[in-house]
Design a protein around this ligand. Structure first.
Ligand code: HEC
Length: 177
C-alpha cells in the first residue's frame, strides 16, 4: 500500500504527455486525428491570407483550432507545448446567402482538417505539418509530413511561441497573460 502511494504521487504531480497523442501508419504517415472536438477549442479565424501581394480570396474559409487539454494546460503554465502535442485546424467554407442571412458569413460546408504535430523523436525539427483535405470533398485517412520549406519555415519564423500562431488564438493569448 505504502509503495503504491509512492509510485502514484509523482505521476499525479507531473503534467504527463497528452492522452491522445499522434498515431502513425506503417509508412510513417500521420493518421487523421479523431475525437478532437472533445479537446479544447482555442480560436476561429476567417479568410486569412499570408502572402503580401495576393488578391483578396474569392472563397474565404473559416479555421477552427483545437488542442489537447493537457497541452493547453502545459502551455498556460510554461509557455511551451509538450511532446506529442497536436493542433487540429478545421477548414469550413464560408456561407453567406442562406436562410434569413443578409450580411456576414457563417461556417458552411466542412472541407476537412490540417494538423500540426510536435513529436521530438520522430521529426528533426520537432514539429511537422499535415493536410487531410482530399480532392472532391473526401477526407484523407493518413497524410505524409510536408517538407520543411512548405510549412515549418513560416510557422517557425512567424508563430509567436514554439512554432504555433499563438497571436491569432484568443485562448492561448489569454493563457499567457
Ligand atoms: C506563409 C506562412 C504559412 C505557411 C507557409 C503555412 N502556414 Fe499554417 N498557419 C499560418 C498562420 C498565419 C496560421 C494561423 C492562422 C490561421 O490560418 O487560422 C497557421 C495555422 C496553421 C495550423 C494551426 C496550428 C498552428 O500551428 O498555429 C495548422 C495545423 C497549419 N497552419 C498547417 C499548415 C500546413 C499543413 C502548411 C503547409 C502545407 C502550412 N500550415 C503552411 C501560416 C502559414
Amino acid at each position: 500500500m505504502k509503495r503504491a502511494l509512492l509510485v502514484t504521487i509523482p505521476w499525479l504531480l507531473a503534467a504527463g504527455p497528452p492522452a491522445a497523442g499522434p498515431q502513425y501508419d506503417h509508412e510513417g504517415r500521420l493518421l487523421r486525428p479523431r475525437g478532437y472536438r472533445e479537446w479544447k477549442f482555442i480560436g476561429a479565424n476567417y479568410g486569412m491570407g499570408y502572402s503580401e501581394h495576393a488578391a483578396p480570396k474569392k472563397d474565404p474559409t473559416f479555421h477552427n483550432i483545437y488542442i489537447q487539454p493537457e497541452s493547453f494546460r502545459e502551455f498556460a503554465a510554461t509557455g511551451r507545448f509538450p511532446d506529442k502535442t497536436i493542433l487540429v485546424m478545421e477548414v469550413y467554407r464560408a456561407g453567406t446567402n442562406a436562410s434569413i442571412n443578409r450580411q456576414g458569413a457563417f461556417q458552411d460546408a466542412f472541407l476537412g482538417v490540417e494538423a500540426a504535430v510536435k513529436d521530438e523523436q520522430r521529426f528533426p525539427e520537432k514539429w511537422a505539418y499535415f493536410n487531410f483535405i482530399g480532392g472532391g470533398g473526401k477526407e484523407r485517412e493518413a497524410a505524409a509530413a510536408f517538407p520543411k520549406q512548405a510549412c515549418w519555415s513560416c510557422h517557425n519564423e512567424h508563430g509567436a511561441a514554439d512554432n504555433v500562431f499563438v497571436q491569432f488564438y484568443p485562448l492561448l493569448r489569454e493563457a499567457r497573460k
